[in-house]
Design a protein around this ligand. Sequence first.
Ligand code: OSB
Ligand code: MG
Length: 372
Amino acid sequence: MKLTRVTLHRLSMPLVTPFATSFMTETEKDCYLVEAEFDTPEGPITGWGESVAMVAPLYSSEYVDAGMAVTRDWLAPILFDAGELTAETIGWHLRHVIGFPMAKSALEMAALEAQLKQRGLSFRDYLGGVAESVPSGVSVGIQNTDRELIETVGGYLDEGYARIKLKIKPGRDIEPVAAVRREFGDDFLLQVDANAAYTLVDAAHLKRLDDYGLLLIEQPLGEADIRQHAQLAAQMSTPMCLDESIVSAEAAADAIALGAADVINIKPGRVGGYLEAKRIHDLCAANGVAVWHGGMLETGLGRAANAAMATLPGFTLPGDISGSNRFFTEDITEEIVMHDGIVDVPAGPGFGVTIDPDRLQKYTEETLLIEP
Ligand code: OSB
Ligand code: MG
C-alpha cells in the first residue's frame, strides 16, 4: 500500500477530574489523532492512530505541537517518498529521524489499522494475543489530602478495579500510601508511580515504602538514570519498575542487564510503536522480567490497541487500562467498559473501534492536512 494523505486531528477533551502527577496537573486531554489514507490494489483504505504525547514536554521531551510539526515536516514526507509501505516497515523508513517515538508510533498505528482492516484481522490476532479480556488497573492522581485520596481509592475499589496505582511525589508519598493501607487493608494490589520525582539521595526515604506490601515502585528516578535505578533497586525490597527510562528495546536490554528493572511498564508510544513494544515484551519474557501495559490517558482508540497488546502472554500484571469513564464523560469511540476488574478486548478488524465523526468534531481544535 502507498500513503496518499495524512490528516492530523488535534483534540482537547475535558477530564472528569483533574489528573495530578509529580510533574503537572491536567484538566484536559490534549492530543492528536492521525488519519492516514493508503492506496491499495483493492482501493483506498483509511487507518487511524493516536499520539500519546502530552501537551507539555514534562513526561518526555516530545509534546503535542512538536509531534504534529515533525509529522508534517519530516515523517509524513519520508513515508510519501517511500512508495510501497507495510506497517512493519514504517519504523525502518523513519529510522534516521532521531527521537519522536510518539509521532512515529501514531503513524505506525494508522498503517497497522489500515492493513488489518484490509485483511479483516483483529490487532489481537495479528499480535498473537492469548486472551479475550485483560485485567484493568487504575492510576490515581495525587490528591491534596489523605481524606480525598481515600474517598477516590474507595470509589475505584467499589467499581471493581483489579489494581490501584497511586501517583506519588516528595511530600505526598509515604503517608498517603500508609493511609490507603490503613483504610483498605493489605488484601488488594497496590503500586506507586513517582514519574522521576526523586534522586538517589532519597534512597533511605523511599526504602520506607518497603513496609506497605507494594507490587512495585514505578520510575522513582530520572529517565537517564538506569544505573542509579539499579543501585536503588539493590537497597529496596519493593520491586523496581521502569517507565520513562525504557525508550527502546535496547534500553530495556540495558536495564535488565544492570538489574535496574524487576518489572517493565510497556507503553508503545514511548518506544516508537507497537512493534517495538512487542520486541520488548518478548525480551522481557525471555529474561523472566514481568511486564504490564501502561497508559497515557488514551482515547478509546489507543485504549483498544493497548488492550489488544496486553493479551500477549508476558503481560502478567494488570495494566493501566481503565474504562473510558475513568477520564472522559464521553469518548470519541465506543466506550471501553471496565466490568468485574477486566476490560474486554474489541474483536473486530483493526483495533475494533470506530471514531464517531460527531464527537471527533466536537473535541477538535485544529485539523492539519498533509499531502505529498
Ligand atoms: O507515568 O504512567 C504514567 C499518564 C500520563 C503520563 C504518565 C503516566 C500516566 C498514567 C496514566 O499513569 C495511566 C492511564 O492512562 O490510565
Ligand atoms: Mg509511569
